[in-house]
Design a protein around this ligand. Structure first.
Ligand code: COA
Length: 220
């Protein structure tokens, strides 16, 4: 493995350290940054999926490097639920959206992590009835850019939450099973509407072209 090339951003956040890298067709130099087992896995994927998978692994290795003094030499593959497997002593999560992949990593202090990246803006299909509870729908601003952004932000928060809680619950969790309220200070109120038995935190950041949401969960 060769050293990782510069990242698009590297941010210390309340739930961990986030690193973003470009999603692009991996050339030989980029593939050589990966562990041999990751390279083998990457080569089994179709080109579009390979691009995002490789970028996610590069971002995650970079994010892990910010929290551990020694380089990660183990392969960062996936568990039986699709979550990235990180070395003992650390936790991590991955998201990719169009041209950007991001990973969030932290030292393992009993919390599991989730990260999600979304591009704000109107969607062809209004996903709000599927994503939001009746109370969340009622609290939306009137139709327009603010409403579009609020829907995408709630969606991203819930996807980050899903990734953080899945290692504990190990089942599909629907979007109606939790309510979220994004607060102006970058935190979010998280209200599970089912008995998860977990403490869950979520946060969000306007990262220029993207909304970056993070979450963490642990047994209550
Ligand atoms: C798994 C899911 C969250 C992925 O989100 P997405 O917007 O499709 O894709 P993203 O790029 O943001 O994330 C993909 C990454 O999530 C990670 N991931 C996949 N399954 C995961 C799981 N069960 N737990 C944690 N992380 C998971 C992987 O790292 C994956 O990237 P990789 O395969 O390249 O490593 C989404 O497809 C899903 O199934 N959601 C379920 C319902 C939900 O979100 N409910 C919210 C209420 S809590």
């Amino acid at each position: 493995m060769t050293p990782i090339s510069p990242s698009r951003f590297s941010l210390s956040l309340p739930h961990g350290h986030a690193v973003a890298v470009d999603v692009a067709d991996p050339d030989d130099d980029v593939l050589s940054e990966l562990h041999a087992d990751e390279q083998s896995r990457a080569l089994t994927l179709a080109p579009i999926r390979r691009r995002e998978w490789v970028a996610g692994r590069r971002a995650l290795r970079h994010a892990l490097a910010t929290i551990a003094p020694t380089a990660v030499t183990a392969p960062l593959l996936a568990d039986d639920r699709g979550a990235p497997v990180v070395p003992a002593g650390a936790v991590g999560s991955i998201s990719h959206k169009r041209a950007l992949a991001v990973a969030l990593a932290a030292a393992d202090q009993g919390w599991t992590l989730g990260v999600d990246l979304e591009v704000p803006g109107p969607r062809r299909i209004d996903v709000s009835p599927r994503i939001l509870t009746a109370a969340e729908l009622a609290a939306l601003p009137p139709p327009g850019p603010d409403r579009d952004r609020a829907v995408i932000l709630a969606f991203a928060l819930k996807e980050a939450i899903y990734k953080a809680i899945d290692p504990h619950l190990r089942r599909y969790v629907g979007f109606q099973e939790v309510a979220v309220t994004a607060l102006p200070d970058g935190t979010a109120l998280v209200t599970p509407l089912a008995p998860w038995g977990l403490t869950v935190e979520a946060a969000w950041l306007d990262a220029g072209d993207h909304l970056l949401c993070t979450a963490r969960a642990r047994r209550a």
